[in-house]
Design a protein around this ligand. Structure first.
Ligand code: AMP
Length: 225
């Protein structure tokens, strides 16, 4: 199963992707995580990406397309994958289609998680993320606090606030989403791939809706298409 999770920053793509990994045993591919690792390692790519990431704008298409091309060619993607944060522009989606044709594969589902903007600001500015890259579990200081402040419930790693989870950068990321990424809903609607869901409510309820969609049980409105 090849799945794209679409939605604004903070819509819950990463949280849902982590649950889907456990359920379907397929990898999550987050270009944001890959870029943050490159920034941490201080690679050339990381240095170039950091400025865009701190400003809440997009890293150039050719950089992220290169990342995805390499990642999808790895053996663990043969059984399927969950794309989280890619594609973010129409040219990225077009490039992805080409890469997948080359691999004899295609996108099966695009789940679009819808959350209103002010809720996203509250979610992102209160978000705390596990520093352990292999874990990356997310918490919220108010809605889903860690049992012990600053410590990940899952792996004991240190929790931190991402540099781009401050209000100024969050507003810029939302504007970028509306301008560059929202048109992907139209792009994937043409081949009939988009399944919209409301990204509010319990994490498990949202997860069950996604599982229902990918299992072919119809969309979140209860119809059977
Ligand atoms: P995320 O962790 O998905 O919220 O991404 C954090 C930041 O990384 C974004 O605000 C962008 O600056 C950059 N980024 C991640 N994925 C992409 C992408 N597909 N295209 C361009 N920039 C990206």
């Amino acid at each position: 199963m090849n799945l794209i999770l679409l939605g604004g920053p903070g819509a819950g793509k990463g949280t849902q992707a982590k649950k889907l990994i456990d359920k379907f045993q397929i990898p999550q591919i987050s270009t944001g995580d890959i870029l943050r690792a490159a920034v941490k390692e201080g690679t050339e790519m990381g240095k170039k990406a950091q400025e865009c990431m701190n400003a809440g704008t997009l890293v150039p298409d050719e950089v992220v397309i290169g990342i995805i091309k390499d990642r999808l060619a790895q053996p663990d993607c043969k059984k399927g994958f969950i794309l989280d944060g890619f594609p973010r522009t129409v040219p990225q989606a077009e490039a992805l289609d080409k890469v997948l044709v080359g691999l004899g594969s295609k996108i099966d589902h695009v789940v679009s998680i819808d959350v209103n903007e002010e809720a996203l600001v509250v979610r992102l500015t209160g978000r705390r993320t596990c520093k352990n890259a292999a874990c990356g579990q997310m918490f919220h200081i108010k809605f889903t606090p860690a049992k012990k402040e600053g410590v990940c419930d899952k792996c004991g790693g240190e929790l931190y606030q991402r540099d781009d989870d401050n209000e100024t950068t969050v507003r810029s990321r939302l504007a970028t989403y509306n301008q560059a990424t929202a048109p992907l809903i139209g792009y994937y609607s043409k081949p009939g791939l988009v399944r919209p869901i409301k990204g509010v409510g319990g994490i498990d309820d949202i997860f069950n809706q996604i599982v229902g969609i990918v299992a072919g049980a119809g969309c979140s409105c209860g119809c059977k298409h």
